[in-house]
Design a protein around this ligand. Structure first.
Ligand SMILES: [Zn+2]
Length: 544
């Protein structure tokens, strides 16, 4: 055997093949960036020559690079450079941080940021009065961390001309006080009343955001992401610029946004953008459609109304519009990626994909539905039947403020007993992928894996699990975050598992995560992330 350039040996190598097998060592040929050999620690000696770099694993784990099949890294990276409220866990903390940021940036025309959480505010709706107290003079706009609502101040409402007379726009809702005056929170499409006035993100800001997110993700062991919303040419051009300079070490699968306010003519534009998109590790293959909103603000689309109301939620596109869009995008060869939270959105999307298959013929399309908070039991087997991937967000599947206070009371016990049905989907033969939906929630795969297994939030480990029968075993969850997401990213031939001839996108974790005595996987840490055999992150303590 010719000596390898790099050998990792003496630990648990999680292969992520269908048999969920493990090995003890892996050898990498660095010049071609590929895995040369996988096997036992003893046989690894044959791959070691005088110039071979050897990393003794000492019982640690090697896994394939994690792949995030649904996230918003470009937008999130830009947000990290503005007023970020992700670490603020109360109303007071948010206001304090906004006041600090506004004082530090006196020249900004707009004070804007993101990351507040609806469970920090009464009814989940922060008020303009609160925001006026810290930003009285300039317009202020703060997107919430799930991206489905915005908090604005009075100056912003004035500039947008939003008053008690302003009707709710289609697909959105202006939160109001008892007298009809805007209260300060805008839901879904109503956000655009103000967001359209914000200064556009510059190409330089997009590029800096992509690189900021890439660094953040590599540190967490992620080597590929699917950007679930590339909105227009500026953002795409920034991705291309970064790729062109050779700075894109992330494998990127990008989704072009289907604009619900426009008609079918936009497909030509999307085809053109797709044609100009792919470069290096950047691929543009998908189109993203929003079928509904979220349950917490009653915009998730339901088959039966919210408890005690006649409100069925919001279909961002009604069933016929959705079907026309999916059939058209499928005919043009797009991988269609649909945001689906409520059971009606899920059903409409499955129906639309079924129609597309009948209209256009079936192909290896890998259409996928993201999030899947509520799936009607009749629809669970349809994922396998239609070849639709279940692209789920594992971190949400636990009891927290969103589920306990803002969802369960409004959907009732029967529907609460079938939330985030990952186990049921898997048992029904569906292919699963994991997506964090960052910046909505953490992009760190390890706590997400913990929730996928335990259905308990890592920051409240003595809480009761959410429907534990829907949890996955750890090897299955690990395979979902690697090989499963690689399949959703069309990258499974080259990545997603640790097998000879595949690209050496590898991650070293600080312990044997498969050993039950090692503690929860959410406590593990990434020590090393390799892309094609080259380190893109190394823990300072590793001496790499
Ligand atoms: Zn998303």
């Amino acid at each position: 055997m010719t000596p390898a350039d790099l050998v990792l040996r003496g630990g648990t190598v999680f292969v992520a093949d269908p048999a969920l097998s493990v090995a003890e060592a892996v050898a990498v040929a660095v010049p071609d960036g590929r895995i040369a050999w996988v096997g036992s620690a003893q046989d690894a000696g044959d791959s070691i020559g005088p110039a071979t770099r050897v990393l003794e694993l000492e019982g640690r784990t090697v896994v394939p690079g994690f792949q995030d099949a649904h996230c918003h890294p470009a937008e999130g990276g830009v947000e990290l450079t503005r007023c970020a409220l992700y670490e603020c866990h109360s109303r007071e903390a948010c206001l304090e941080e906004i006041a600090r940021y506004a004082a530090a940036k006196p020249d900004l025309e707009w004070v804007d940021g993101s990351g507040w959480s609806i469970d920090s505010f009464e009814q989940g709706t922060p008020s303009s009065a609160d925001l006026d107290a810290v930003v009285p003079d300039r317009p202020a706009y703060f997107l919430n961390r799930d991206g489905h609502g915005a908090w604005v101040n009075t100056r912003a409402l004035e500039l947008a001309g939003v008053t008690r007379e302003t009707p709710d726009p289609s697909g959105g809702r202006i939160e109001r006080l008892a007298d009809g005056e805007p209260q300060g929170t805008l839901h879904e499409a109503a956000m655009n009343l103000v967001a359209d006035l914000l200064p556009p993100i510059t190409p330089e800001e997009w590029e800096a955001g992509i690189l900021r997110a890439q660094e953040t993700f590599h540190r967490l062991g992620i080597t590929a992401w699917q950007d679930a919303r590339i909105d227009g040419l500026t953002q795409l051009a920034a991705y291309r610029a970064v790729a062109e300079r050779g700075e894109l070490t992330m494998r990127v699968e990008g989704n072009l946004l289907w604009d619900r306010s426009r008609g079918e003519e936009q497909v030509e534009e999307l085809v053109e953008l797709r044609g100009a998109g792919s470069l290096g590790r950047l691929r543009i293959r998908g189109a993203k459609i929003f079928a509904d909103g979220v349950l917490e603000n009653f915009t998730g689309a339901l088959l039966e109304p919210y408890v005690g109301t006649d409100n069925y939620g919001i279909s961002m596109l009604d069933a016929e519009e959705l079907e026309r869009a999916v059939v058209l995008l499928d005919a043009h060869g797009f991988q269609v990626h649909v945001h689906t939270i409520g059971d009606r959105a899920v059903r409409d999307a499955l129906d639309a994909i079924g129609t597309a298959g009948r209209a256009n013929g079936t192909r290896d399309a890998r259409h996928h539905l993201a999030h899947l908070q509520l799936v009607h039991p009749d629809d669970i087997p349809r994922f396998a039947e239609l070849g639709v991937l279940a692209n789920v967000s594992p971190y949400w599947a636990c009891h927290d403020g969103y589920v306990d206070d803002l969802t369960e009371p409004f959907i009732g016990p029967e529907r609460s007993a079938r939330m985030y049905p990952f186990g049921s989907l898997l048992r029904a033969g569906a292919r699963l992928a994991f997506g964090s939906d960052w910046t909505v929630s953490t992009c760190d795969p390890l706590p997400q894996l913990e929730v996928a297994v335990t259905r308990i939030a890592p920051d409240s480990r003595d809480a009761r699990p959410l429907l534990p029968e829907e949890g996955l075993d750890l090897p299955t969850a690990l395979r979902t975050f690697t090989a499963g997401s690689a399949y959703a990213n069309f990258l499974e031939a080259e990545t997603g598992s640790i097998e000879p001839a595949k690209l050496a996108d590898l991650v070293v974790l600080d312990r044997d995560v498969l050993d039950p005595g090692a503690g929860p996987i959410g406590d593990a840490r990434v020590l090393l992330t390799l892309v094609e055999g080259e380190a893109v992150y190394a823990d300072p303590g590793l001496g790499w």
